[in-house]
Design a protein around this ligand. Structure first.
Ligand code: DGL
Length: 214
């Protein structure tokens, strides 16, 4: 029995969507959460800077003597990829479980992704989807305004500002016939109800924060 805490980090409060789920499924575990709110957002920065920030976050968590690190950030998970396995403490990201959930939810093999600009540019979700479901069609859309909106508390389902932004971003999927949409940034589950309403409750929404914890 290892009583050390589990370390979790994100660029900001989005990672708390993973912590919420971890607390539900592992109520006996101690969790140290670090949200890098001084430097959020990560998703519009270069891979080089994202790696530098992520390394500092992981060094900080290792100093807290955590037994493992959950990288509760789609952007860091995408940019670091396999590199996170080189740490001394076991490290896992959000991609694998999230893509697995999307692949098992889709009926028509037509999957959409909304995420940060760095995540979409990395092609990480798309490549993993192609590996697990080679015949899948995939459409990704960067939504850079979502993280600042969430960080500033604009996430209620009836928030008019965020609804307008969401309608604009989600219009990228018109005519694509997707049945499943990956919320590939852990901030986006806080917009779950709003996105579900804008997409008229027609899509399987895959919550990367929740899936990361499972
Ligand atoms: N929660 C982070 C993610 O999952 C947000 C990244 C950002 O700060 O832009 O991608």
């Amino acid at each position: 029995m290892d009583n050390r805490p589990i370390g979790v980090f994100d660029s900001g409060l989005g990672g708390l969507t993973a912590v919420r789920e971890l607390r539900r499924i592992l109520p006996g575990e101690d969790i140290v959460f670090f949200g890098d709110t001084g430097r959020v957002p990560y998703g519009s920065r270069s891979p080089h800077i994202i790696k530098e920030y992520a390394t500092q976050c992981m060094d900080f968590l290792e100093k807290q003597d955590v037994k493992m690190i959950l990288v509760a950030c789609g952007t860091v998970s995408s940019v670091l990829g396999e590199e996170m396995k080189k740490r001394t403490v076991p490290c896992m990201g959000v991609l694998e479980s999230t893509v697995k959930a999307a692949v098992s939810a889709t009926k028509n093999k037509n999957i959409g992704l909304i995420a940060t600009a760095a995540t979409v540019a990395s092609g990480s979700y798309e490549k993993l989807t192609a590996k697990l479901l080679p015949e899948a069609k995939f459409t990704g859309k960067a939504c850079p305004l979502f993280v600042p909106l969430v960080e500033n508390g604009y996430f209620a389902a009836n928030c008019e500002v965020t609804r307008l932004v969401a309608k604009d971003y989600l219009s990228a999927f018109e005519g694509k016939d997707i049945d499943t949409l990956i919320l590939g940034c852990t901030h986006y589950p806080l917009l779950y109800n709003l996105i579900d309403s804008v997409t008229e409750h027609k899509l399987n929404l895959i919550d990367s924060g929740k899936e990361a914890a499972l």
